[in-house]
Design a protein around this ligand. Sequence first.
Ligand SMILES: Cc1cc2nc3c(=O)[nH]c(=O)nc-3n(C[C@H](O)[C@H](O)[C@H](O)COP(=O)(O)OP(=O)(O)OC[C@H]3O[C@@H](n4cnc5c(N)ncnc54)[C@H](O)[C@@H]3O)c2cc1C
Length: 381
Amino acid sequence: MIYDFIIIGAGVAGCNCAYVLNKAGKKVAIVDKEGVAKGASGAAGAFLSPLPGKKNSYNSLVNKALHYSLDFYEKLIPQATTKKGVLRVADRNFNETKLKDETLGYEYKDAKHLQDVSNNFRNIEGYFYKDAAVVNPSEVCNKLIEGCNFYTQDVEALIFKDGLYNIGNLKAKNIILTQGVNNSLLNIPYINISPVFGLKIDVKSSTKIPFNIHKSISISANKQDGTISIGATRQNHFDEKLTCTTTCDKCQFHINNDEVDVKSLLNQANELIDLHDLEVVEIKKGARATIKSYFPVVGKIIDYETSIKKYPSIKNGTKIAADLLAYYPNLYTVNALGSRGFVFGPYLASILKEHILNEVAIPDDISLEKHFYKTARKNRT
Ligand SMILES: Cc1cc2nc3c(=O)[nH]c(=O)nc-3n(C[C@H](O)[C@H](O)[C@H](O)COP(=O)(O)OP(=O)(O)OC[C@H]3O[C@@H](n4cnc5c(N)ncnc54)[C@H](O)[C@@H]3O)c2cc1C
């Protein structure tokens, strides 16, 4: 069979792309060397939280994507979606001024109010946003690809011949790269992905948690299976030499620091709420794919060298219309979802689908063109 699309990478980015294209009547295959949701997506919280603060282009994108994804997951898989809101407690990054964001709408809850809800709350106060949830990442990803063919395969090269891509024995007219932090199958010199490692734990506790709580870490409300997610630590690695090719557990450079990291998460959780009869049932680690601007990237992949050869004046700042640039044939990507893959996934997949099937332009902030022009100007000699 010749597929319309092969998607490489079965994390939340790839699975959402598979879903929208399959719904649009396309024949879709999705391949992953590890399995479904085994990379960052399997390690995720996966909290869906608003980003408060004075309105800017990044938090506007996050909050738009949040509303889209909340609605989407509730309809797609209600049994894996727990939507009870989030209490945000001020910290260094999000002080009171940032949290009092009228545009998002919040309810201030003082310590007494919280103690009335549950006497397990510590002496904390915070801002409650009702539009927040937590989902089960693995259930979501598996549900999204129902109706598509999944193959476990480590793709080593993109071979394009006679108008078709050959991926092992599979053939397709179009490819979407959703590889997360892994080395891209293609050199895209204007997209510099760095891994931000993190750890998330699932615990059982007799304490009932009424809604998600977020300070420097996040604690979920009791999910539908009764467990509570607590995540996630961050360790930035903005080092060009460091690449990520596998999952943390298989990585030869991974230093197992679980005991210390879990203890730190639990200590931070304990400052917010008293968790009785605590039992850690699962520890997950992963690397989020991030670029410095924190915006995700979506769209058709520009061939950097050929475009520059065709229009050398781009390096001097001349803006050539995007449709005149040289693109790899039928090759797309969705990546750099950072710490918000489950928030961005459904929204970005729908943007890409509209772009491919209906030629709707990709918003500038998340387009590859933005990075292409910026890199070209930087490389001016
Ligand atoms: C600890 C932690 C906590 C997080 N918490 C949250 C949260 O609360 N909320 C939220 O929204 N986000 C959260 N995130 C971020 C979120 O998990 C990521 O943004 C998201 O999972 C990225 O999805 P992805 O599909 O781009 O990448 P991935 O999930 O990493 O998927 C990429 C896949 O591509 C496959 N692949 C790569 N190269 C090849 C190849 N050549 N051949 C075959 N397969 C290949 C990999 O095996 C991998 O499975 C968290 C992340 C971590 C690590």
